[in-house]
Design a binder for this molecule. Structure first.
Ligand SMILES: C[S@@+](CC[C@H](N)C(=O)[O-])C[C@H]1O[C@@H](n2cnc3c(N)ncnc32)[C@H](O)[C@@H]1O
Length: 276
């Protein structure tokens, strides 16, 4: 599995130390999509796989510890073949323990998929595309493995103005000047226009919608979730402790009378079909 850029080396190290961190942060938080509230942002991708009796092969790209694949397996949709691919052997070990024989898991890079041309009906990806090096090669690979008319749906960070708690966190991180610079992924994936542009060649856009993940909770719990972000992970212990204090102090005036901190995280879900 050649590469490893500084970004991939860091991601491998982070996911060795914190396998399952994304699931712990997001799997139990409801997500609003338009007028609907779904159980989680993972569930927003499950709706891409209809239970209409047609056999389908579904790939979770950057599957981490297999949370999305587990939701798909629980559907018990007849004829569904589940595949997962991830860089991190540690995430895949957790996925294997969770999924058993329900999915076939591959360690590898999204830039070089170990699947035949036109062999997959759905490519789904939750909070992974924005981390990937050389995203144009990744999308060319997605296009190659999808059958003509097959669908790809990705959940990535959104561009909605953040709620005050998130804005406060972002300001506190910037003010700390304590995060060593390490660009992860391609910045275009984090902007609506950039992402639509990347899917402009070889795909037909089906939808591009904002998701709102609802993480309201006690401030300490919100901090625990924010502390798993890659930026906070790369800080020294000392800087992290100072950031925690700065964050908890700054959000104190935002608490509701019941002690809950309103905390919403903006994501987006883009869905496209492969052009013939
Ligand atoms: C933030 S985690 C999300 C994991 C999982 N999709 C979830 O939401 O629970 C990102 C995952 O993408 C994987 N990843 C990053 N770059 C990758 C690449 N080029 N190819 C395959 N996996 C990659 C990481 O190893 C990590 O498991």
């Amino acid at each position: 599995m050649p590469s490893s850029s500084p970004a991939e080396t860091y991601l491998l190290d982070y996911h060795r130390r914190h396998a399952g961190a994304t699931t712990r942060a997001f799997a139990s938080l409801p997500a609003r999509r338009g007028a609907d509230t779904l159980p989680s942002s993972y569930a927003c991708l499950v709706t891409e796989v209809p239970d209409d009796g047609r056999p389908r092969t579904v790939l979770d790209l950057g599957c981490g510890d297999g949370a999305l694949l587990a939701l798909l397996a629980q559907q018990r949709t007849p004829g569904l073949t589940l595949l997962g691919l991830d860089l991190s052997e540690h995430e895949l070990a957790s996925a294997r323990a969770r999924l058993g024989r329900a999915a076939t898991l591959h360690q590898g890079r999204a830039q070089a998929l170990p699947f035949a041309d036109a062999s997959i009906d759905r490519v789904l990806s939750h909070l992974a595309l924005m981390l990937m090096d050389d995203v144009e090669t990744v999308l060319a690979e997605v296009r190659r493995v999808l059958r003509p008319g097959g669908r790809v749906s990705v959940v990535v960070p959104g561009t909605r103005p953040p709620t005050e708690a998130v804005a406060t966190f972002v300001q506190a991180v910037r003010a700390s000047h304590a995060v060593p610079s390490l660009p992860l992924g391609d910045a275009r994936v984090r902007s609506g226009e950039g992402l639509r542009g990347l899917f402009g060649a070889g795909f037909r856009l089906q939808s591009d919608v904002e998701l709102e993940v609802i993480g309201d909770g006690p401030p300490e719990r919100v901090w625990e979730s924010l502390a798993t972000t890659y930026d906070v992970d790369r800080m020294s212990e000392e800087s992290r402790a100072a950031l925690r204090t700065a964050f908890l102090t700054a959000v104190a005036p935002l608490l509701r009378s019941d002690g809950v901190l309103p905390y919403r995280w903006g994501l987006r879900q883009l869905t496209a079909t492969r052009e013939p």
